[in-house]
Design a binder for this molecule. Structure first.
Ligand SMILES: Cc1cc2nc3c(=O)[nH]c(=O)nc-3n(C[C@H](O)[C@H](O)[C@H](O)COP(=O)(O)OP(=O)(O)OC[C@H]3O[C@@H](n4cnc5c(N)ncnc54)[C@H](O)[C@@H]3O)c2cc1C
Length: 481
């Protein structure tokens, strides 16, 4: 199989091709769509982007409704330094200003079993976790690292990742932890402490790929908001983008593809082109009539699993977390319904004493518990939980606003999660495989960076390359180091 360096292509553009320029329709103006469209347009193709919403950016969704320069990132908010394609776009191509987004602050809290402790004071026995002798005295990170050490060792061996895929694709994370003799008490502790409860019953290797890269170890945010990144594509692509165009059907013949879309009044139109790159999350394809996909492709489209998640932001008249608790970043983890409080450095306006907090960032079942509440109930319940840890919240609360990704008709969840048996073999091949005139690029299409912007960028580059160079029914591998 052909291998390409996606970072080099993103930097230098697509290679020369003997094929004539074509008309390509890109469905969706998230980062996968914008990236593939930009590369193809720069290589001389005619590009038309159809986007259902009235904004670019998809699951990058910056809420600018707070006063002054304050904003809230409902979607993506942090960019790992290890994500080379994203870092290239932010720093070199669009020159967007960034600042560190640290995830650790020892002044934040652990609130478990009704007990609140600063991270700096945390010790398992203080929270009634009675670890057996072989685990006694060890902190959650140490226990996890010990358990993962054999996999970390394998990664530095030749073809280590491929060997792990062959050996462990059938494992849930919890299967592996149990096999490494982690006790029930240790599991009960690391679950909430390290935010693993929602991951225990999904693919070991998907989670491990992110753990191995230490994606949460060194992060930055974009000072003017994460939506500055997709908006930076606008000067070059805006004329090619049709906003408010919701695609509902696609027909294809041997040499063309017709896309049918409706505007917000329900008025229907069609465009015919040479090729189509579909970048909408797979879940949403259930609402489209797509002609010519084979049963194996549909099986995979139906079965890619999308997780739930929400964020609840609140504005307070004072940033008491800084003045009273000396907390400037990081997160407090709890076993309360709110789960995680994120003291976001992004979106504050230092001219004001006012500030914003992500009072609840939760996934999976935890998020489902909020999905069933009205907006007012969500805010009230989250505030009650917050007050248990920070009583100052009561008198300084001004307003709250939430976004539930499972209820977002243009997202269908936070993003894709692998389950066992899905990272290798036919299932994964069918995720990425183009079918005749239709190509598939989104953040489900990359094993190592799934559910991150990096995955959307890699998928965008790979599809643009394959389409431009005349590959059919397959995609190249990526060997970016
Ligand atoms: C809560 C949350 C937090 C996250 N945090 C981070 C983070 O910190 N860092 C990070 O790197 N990643 C993060 N991510 C993941 C990141 O946002 C995604 O991986 C990335 O934005 C996906 O890009 P995409 O282009 O594949 O899909 P999308 O961004 O979903 O783009 C798809 C586009 O298709 C459009 N569309 C949908 N249906 C139709 C239709 N019928 N017709 C036309 N258009 C349609 C949508 O409106 C959308 O614009 C987060 C995601 C969420 C939800």
């Amino acid at each position: 199989m052909q291998a390409i360096n996606t970072l080099e292509i993103l930097k230098n553009g697509l290679p020369d091709s003997v094929l004539p320029p074509r008309h390509i329709i890109v469905v969706g103006a998230g980062l996968a769509g914008l990236t593939s469209a930009l590369l193809l347009q720069e290589a001389g193709h005619k590009v038309t982007i159809l986007e259902a919403q009235n904004r670019l950016s998809g699951r990058v969704f910056t809420y600018h409704g707070f006063p002054g320069k304050m904003y809230g990132e409902f979607g993506a908010m942090r960019f790992p330094r290890q994500h080379k394609l994203a870092q290239h776009l932010i720093k070199e191509r669009f020159r967007l200003e960034t600042r560190p987004f640290p995830m650790y602050d020892e002044d934040t809290f652990i609130y478990l079993n009704g007990i609140a402790l600063r991270r700096s004071e945390f010790y398992p026995a203080k929270m009634n976790f009675n670890l057996p002798a072989h685990e006694a005295g060890k902190l959650p990170d140490e226990l996890l690292k010990e358990s993962m050490q054999p996999l970390l060792d394998q990664m530095v061996e030749p073809r280590g990742w491929e060997r792990l895929l062959a050996e462990y694709d059938e494992y849930l994370l919890i299967d592996y932890l149990r096999e490494s003799e982690m006790s029930d008490d240790a599991l009960a502790m690391i679950g909430p402490f390290l935010n693993l409860e929602g991951r225990f019953h999904f693919s070991l290797l998907e989670w491990f790929a992110h753990y191995y890269e230490d994606v949460f170890g060194d992060l930055v945010y974009i000072v003017d908001g994460a939506d500055s990144l997709p908006n930076a594509f606008a000067p070059e692509l805006m004329q090619a983008i049709r906003l408010g165009a919701e695609v509902h059907a696609i027909d294809q013949s041997a040499d063309s593809v017709s896309i049918h879309f409706k505007d917000s009044t329900g008025y229907s139109q069609s465009i015919t082109a040479d090729e189509c790159i579909l970048t909408v999350p797979f879940k949403l394809l259930r609402h489209m009539e797509i002609e010519g996909l084979d049963p194996n492709k549909w099986y995979t489209i139906r079965n890619v699993y999308y997780g739930r998640a929400h964020k609840i932001f609140m504005q307070f008249s004072e940033r008491w977390w800084q003045t009273k608790y000396q907390i400037t970043n990081g997160l407090t983890v709890t076993d309360l319904a709110i789960r995680n409080i994120v003291y976001t450095p992004a979106g504050q306006d230092d001219r004001f004493q006012k500030g914003i907090l992500i009072v609840s960032y939760a996934w999976g079942q935890d998020s489902m518990a909020y999905s069933m509440l009205s907006e007012g109930q969500r805010i009230a319940q989250a505030l009650q939980d917050l007050i248990k840890i920070h009583p100052e919240a009561r008198d300084t609360f001004e307003f709250g606003i939430s976004h539930d990704w499972a209820l977002d008709q243009y997202a269908g969840g936070i993003g894709p999660l692998f389950r066992p048996h899905e990272m290798s073999g036919r299932f994964f091949d069918n995720i990425v495989r183009p079918v005749n005139r239709i190509w598939f690029a989104n953040d489900a299409c990359d094993r190592r960076h799934r559910r991150w912007i990096e995955a959307a960028l890699i998928a965008g580059v790979k599809n643009a390359y394959a389409l431009h160079t005349g590959m059919r029914n397959e995609l190249p591998e990526d060997f970016t180091e």
